[in-house]
Design a protein around this ligand. Structure first.
Ligand SMILES: Cc1cc2nc3c(=O)[nH]c(=O)nc-3n(C[C@H](O)[C@H](O)[C@H](O)COP(=O)(O)O)c2cc1C
Length: 179
């Protein structure tokens, strides 16, 4: 089941009256979190990102989280910024996140260029290849990295979840109306 955090701010119409822009109805700025979360350690990082992105100081930003295997090109086109989360698998990003990029790359290439993003990678001992892979595909898409990458191995320490909190908060804050 997809989750949406938080609900649109009170007073924001459920259906926007503004005309669509390139097929997109602009309601509130949207942060899309696309993640592959196969373990409790990955879950801890994801939850920290969500907590940062939905902290009360951030107003007027809708946060949508999608498992990488269910995220669609429409999700990407309808969002304004992105956080990606993946384990390192066999020296690369997870197959699930790779599948996500395979699905959305060409449908989103022209429309999403320049949009802000950030990412976290979790691994057992060496996330170098996964970091390189995420950097390569996002460079291809023309996305703009707007927060430091977070690379974590083993059980996340407090500093790791804090870094993920800041990752979520930074990308979401950059989408706030008027920022
Ligand atoms: C098939 C497979 C390949 C993996 N390859 C890597 C790898 O290249 N580098 C790495 O640091 N961890 C690797 N791992 C470990 C995963 O990144 C790790 O299991 C995942 O982030 C979940 O972390 P956890 O098991 O500590 O909860 C691999 C795990 C699996 C199952």
């Amino acid at each position: 089941m997809h989750s949406v955090y938080p609900a649109a701010p009170t007073g924001t119409p459920a259906v926007c009256e503004a005309p669509p822009t390139h097929g997109r109805v602009r309601c509130v700025p949207t942060l899309l979190i696309v993640h592959h979360t196969p373990s409790p350690n990955c879950q801890a990082l994801l939850e920290a990102v969500v907590a940062g992105a939905t902290t009360p100081e951030i107003e007027g930003v809708r946060v949508v989280r999608r498992a990488a295997l269910s995220a669609t090109a429409s999700d990407v086109l309808e969002a304004d910024g992105y956080v990606l989360g993946t384990p390192a698998n066999l020296g690369y990003m997870s197959g699930a996140l790779k599948h996500f990029f395979d699905q959305i790359y060409y449908p989103c290439l022209d429309e999403t260029r320049g949009r802000p993003f950030g990412y976290y990678v979790h691994g057992g001992n060496d996330v170098t290849g996964a970091v390189r892979a995420v950097e390569a595909v996002t460079t291809g898409l023309g996305w703009r990295r707007a927060a430091d990458a977070v690379a974590v191995t083993g059980e996340p320490a407090k500093a790791d979840t804090q870094a993920c909190w800041e990752l979520g908060a930074t990308i979401a804050a950059g989408l706030m109306p008027g920022v």
